[in-house]
Design a protein around this ligand. Sequence first.
Ligand SMILES: [Mg+2]
Length: 155
Amino acid sequence: MTARAWLFDVDGTLLDSVTGTSLRPLARELLAGLRELDVPVLLWSAGGADYARRRAESAGIADLVTAVHVKAERDGRGHWVLPALPPEHAPAVLVDDLPHEVPPVGEVVGVPPYVGPNPHDTALAALLRRLPARAGPRDETHSNDEDPLNTGRTR
Ligand SMILES: [Mg+2]
């Protein structure tokens, strides 16, 4: 099966790393857009799977999260070891504020650390732009024969 899922780090990536309570601007839009496309949205955190779920719940995005996992151990290169995942959750895109710690098993996307609540943060805008335009005013900026989500599908 072709990898399709997106795997997100929590602290400093989707939530601010100081209070852990501020959802990064555009995070909800990005996750919702992925889910609309049937792309699994996975979270993982060195704080643990329960921690990731609690953070998602308090940030109001738990409804958009397919599964949560722990970053439990590192390999010999300092990369976090992927948890055991069902084939349909194999990650195509891995988003992290510490991208050098992410195993290069898909497209690794580094984002600047989201340190504290900041309504002007735009780090997720580029990822959101990769999603096809939703119903509504047509967005002609996408070429339809590309695969902007890296889903492995040709459209
Ligand atoms: Mg992080």
